[in-house]
Design a protein around this ligand. Structure first.
Ligand code: ZN
Length: 253
């Protein structure tokens, strides 16, 4: 069942037990992108520094035990902006060859502080030539995504190296088309397998990736495999393109 191999292109699986990950691996999960985020606002920069160390220095060894490949991403999520932000330290992390992307970054409410932190991070990613995982919020999703796309374009960041994540029908209808990648997050409250099957009829599949966004929120980390199986019934090659090849190309993994 080779088409069932899957690169989960956006997750926070460092919160998931190894037993669950092992069973996903046995079902066809090949690699996971783990992007930095924590469910509390950091009280100091040191908290973020410790999350980055967790992802880059400790998590690879844990996943190695079950043969699952890790693609780490570090960045400052808009809900995780620390009182003091050390962009110099973040730049060192992004320069680390083990780090494959900047993420998860973007806007939540669209405040001035969030915009400043997002744009500064885009500049760092451009400097080190790494792709960017862009969060879109649940509330006010379209307006915030439009603003994010504008900031990406205005900052001169290469659009094809940014994934607009948690894409849904609202963004499909309202967000200007472009060369950005599209991330489909299969998670309760975001989109279901059936909704994803509907959305992929209308988007450029060379620019589409599938993810679970698994976190401390209710998650269904096997839905991506179910989607690939459904797509594979009609077109195995297509399942592989959006489930594996696009993510491997985007993350150079
Ligand atoms: Zn996420």
């Amino acid at each position: 069942m080779w088409w069932q191999m899957w690169i989960d292109s956006h997750s926070h699986h460092y919160f998931t037990s190894l037993n669950v990950l092992d069973s996903l691996y046995r079902s066809g999960l090949e690699a996971v992108v783990e992007a930095s985020w924590i469910p509390v606002r950091p009280s100091s920069w040191g908290t973020l520094e410790d999350v980055f160390r967790w992802l880059v220095e400790v998590e690879p060894q844990r996943l190695q035990k079950i043969g699952l490949k890790l693609i780490p991403a570090v960045g400052i999520h808009p809900r995780c902006i620390s009182p003091e932000v050390r962009f110099d330290k973040l730049e060192s992390w992004l320069n680390d060859e083990r780090v494959k992307a900047l993420g998860e970054v973007g806007l939540e409410s669209g405040s001035e502080q969030e915009k400043d932190v997002f744009v500064s991070q885009l500049k760092l990613a451009k400097k080190v030539d790494k792709p960017v995982i862009v969060h879109t919020p649940r509330a006010n999703k379209l307006a915030v995504a439009i603003l994010e796309l504008k900031l990406i374009r205005d900052s001169g960041f290469p659009e094809e190296m940014a994934v607009i994540d948690h894409f849904n029908f609202e963004l499909l209808k309202g967000l200007e088309k472009g060369s950005y990648m599209i991330g489909l997050s299969l998670q309760p409250g975001k989109i279901s397998v059936n909704e994803a099957l509907e959305i992929i009829k209308s988007i450029d599949l060379e620019r589409t990736m599938i993810n679970s966004d698994s976190s401390t929120e209710p998650s269904e980390p096997q839905w991506g495999l179910e989607l690939m199986k459904e797509i594979g019934k009609g077109d195995k090659r297509l399942a592989r393109i959006i489930g594996v090849d696009n993510a491997a190309r985007f993350y150079k993994a």
